[in-house]
Write a protein that binds this ligand. Structure first.
Ligand SMILES: NC(=O)c1ccc[n+]([C@@H]2O[C@H](COP(=O)([O-])OP(=O)(O)OC[C@H]3O[C@@H](n4cnc5c(N)ncnc54)[C@H](OP(=O)(O)O)[C@@H]3O)[C@@H](O)[C@H]2O)c1
Length: 303
């Protein structure tokens, strides 16, 4: 069955915008709810995409948005929250309560097809609140009765609008050296275009129902190597100095309390206690061919 009308929650963000463009390219109707229409204005040029201001955390609003859709994609995620046990309130709202109410609403409205975004390393006993809450939300989705759910777990995602390599490039443009916590943590960065294509390919494919996929790039890098590459490709390579744990935690605490929102948090540091690389516990999408960082990052970081 071809799904024609997609509710794309979190569609205004980095990954969502790439998925929206691909779905629109296939002539599908896409509705993107956002807290601020301004944030999604780049999507308005896409012919079959509609942007609506809405509070997705309100269940009756969610039901209104779902009416008329035949599939839903949930990409909502946050990187930071105040602390809490087993996770903080912002993680609870975005990663757990939303999937719970979304699953409930889909069951009620008989919308069976759901694509869900988790994250690599999500586990009930993961070191960070982010990963623990992502695991709980994914489980709620997969266990919802009668839904056809596919969940995706990418490593860190790179692409022209990423907030990862671009941030390290920007920092090296004005800092004399990079003082780095978690410098030896390992990542397997995956290209945003490949992530978006995995969602679009799975949408109508019944062999993906009920499955979880890991999405990773072709190579593993330490954080130190990624920061060096960001510096090299952007033309501002600085010395990278790994911080011992105590100093890394102090730095994360300070960055957590930056005016204008955290640049990084102690929870981010916790998530780096476990390598963010393919675990082998879940498959890669069938025919997965990942784009290398070297093939695309030099171009956008130079700019
Ligand atoms: N980027 C990565 O490296 C990466 C890696 C692994 C997993 N993921 C997961 O992939 C998903 C998408 O990531 P992304 O990088 O595209 O994120 P993003 O650019 O920050 O976009 C997040 C989206 O969530 C929506 N949202 C709704 N309520 C929110 C709230 N209370 N707080 C924050 N955002 C809210 C935002 O919509 P409005 O602001 O328009 O309302 C936005 O469209 C997330 O679930 C993330 O955890 C990302």
């Amino acid at each position: 069955m071809r799904h024609e009308s997609i509710l794309l929650i979190g569609g205004s963000g980095f990954i969502g915008s790439h998925i929206a463009a691909r779905l629109a390219g296939q002539g599908r109707t896409v509705t993107v709810p956002t807290r601020r229409r301004e944030r999604a204005k780049h999507l308005l040029v896409l012919p079959t995409v509609q942007v609506v201001e809405a509070n997705i955390f309100d269940e009756s609003t969610l039901e209104r948005l779902l009416a008329g859709a035949d599939a839903v994609i949930n990409l909502v995620g946050v990187l930071h929250s105040r602390p809490g046990h087993p996770w903080g309130p912002a993680f609870e709202q975005a990663h757990v309560a939303l999937p719970r109410s979304l699953a409930r609403a889909c069951v009620r409205l008989h919308i069976r097809r759901v694509l869900h975004m988790a994250a690599l390393g999500a586990a009930a006993d993961a070191p960070s609140m982010y990963q623990r809450s992502k695991a709980a939300g994914e489980q709620l989705m997969l266990e919802a009765p009668s839904l056809q759910v596919t969940s995706f777990r990418p490593s860190v995602v790179f692409g022209p609008e990423d907030n990862f390599l671009n941030m390290f490039a920007r920092m090296q443009a004005w800092l004399p050296a990079m003082m780095l916590g978690g410098a030896d943590a390992r990542f397997q960065p995956v290209y945003v275009g490949d992530v978006a294509q995995a969602f679009v390919d799975a949408l109508d494919d019944p062999t993906t129902f009920g499955l979880v996929y890991e999405l990773v790039g072709p190579h593993v890098y330490t954080l130190r190597e990624l920061v060096r590459l960001a510096g090299l490709y952007s033309g501002h390579q600085r010395p990278v100095i790994g911080l011992p744990d105590v100093l890394a935690r102090l730095q994360a605490f300070l960055l957590e309390h930056m005016p204008g929102g955290p640049l990084m948090s102690r929870d981010n540091l916790d998530s780096m206690k476990a390598d963010n690389v393919a675990s082998g516990r879940y498959p890669l999408p069938s025919g997965w061919k990942a784009t290398s960082l070297e093939a695309v990052a030099p171009d956008y970081l130079r700019r």
